[in-house]
Ligand binder design. Sequence first.
Ligand code: NAD
Ligand code: ZN
Ligand code: ZN
Length: 385
Amino acid sequence: MKAAVFHRPGNISVDTVDDPKLEKDTDLILKVTSTAICGSDLHIYDGFFPQPKPQVLGHEFMGIVEETGKAITHLKKGDRVVVPFPISCGSCYFCQHSMPVHCEHSNPEHYGPEGDMMKGKGGGLYGYTDLYGGYSGGQAEYVRVMYGNINPRKVPDHLSDEQVLFLTDIFPTGWSAIDWGRLQGGETVAIFGSGPVGLMAQKAAWLQGAGRVIAVDPLNYRLDKARLVNKVETINPHETDAVEAIRAMTGGRGADVCVDAVGTEAERSFFDKVKAVINVEKGTAKVMEQCFEAVRRGGVVSVVGVYGSPYDNFPIHRIFDKGLILQFGQAPVQKYIDKLLGLIEQEQVVLDDIISHQLPLSEAAHAYDIFKHKEDDCVKVILKP
Ligand code: NAD
Ligand code: ZN
Ligand code: ZN
């Protein structure tokens, strides 16, 4: 079959690789009909998360069940499903407690309590380096899906792939960020990053009762998109100091909830880069730090942008003095996905309005290139195998 294979940083090609096979009775083989490229894939593409050998990427995918293992009772050949990105066994402590990303069974070789950059990671992820299980991902014609009775969700025929594909990751991720913000109704939510995850958090903020939603991003075309599809207020930090602007918009108090939907690969100045070298840090934590500044006292900071290394001078003093509530991490997709599919079916939310490019899988290398370099007004790319 054909698949998008990561070879080394900046190098992805569409190669012929072996077809996936059923390895366990609870596996199924999916014929992929649509798959997306995520900001998280860029961390591998950039070399931020090292992957020493070639790997088929892709953790956002859906398709048609092609073959089922002997123990699959919930699905049959021909069923059309979306697949959450965390691989959940359904039976361990964490899966039983709605924390599928920490599954104790799906990443046997590298699982551990440490949560370190290079060891002791959480549960398995599709197409996300050897540290997260080394599983082939879904930017391919076919993919092996694990725990087939637990994870895939059937989707109704009348909904297109584009309408439901983002249930695999970015909509539940945006939803988590806002859910962690504990809105009561009417709050001001400031979302740093207006890429696919930030755009989904904007949608989730309105759905969960925000009174005001503010998007921050240095790319004007992404702010244009945010205003167009989500009717939010916008701030470009190249034009105005984002923290000061958020304070000014909230009577000096700060936003009730700040979301970091950027992560460690935020754009960096020369000074940021020098500081990272001196402190032996990877990337930067500056967006998270801006969230601590822009949020009101006693407010919530939700961090869904990815961080992978320790940082010196972490502003713990500010967090303490302001009495902030923080929640970080990968999204527990399985916790929310059924409710969120319901919102799509009830036409309470539209997700496909963020798609900027639909390309054949054969153009994956070009797709990565434009998504990484924010060219051609790229916001979210869907690949069709
Ligand atoms: P993306 O790269 O398309 O979007 C990031 C956006 O941040 C860009 O629009 C960029 O211009 C903006 N940005 C850069 N520097 C900024 C700054 N200083 N202030 C404000 N905005 C800034 O990626 P994405 O797909 O939207 O993903 C965003 C982050 O979320 C990534 O770190 C990704 O790995 C992570 N992610 C996390 C989860 C999870 O489960 N927690 C799931 C999916 C993605
Ligand atoms: Zn993703
Ligand atoms: Zn588990």
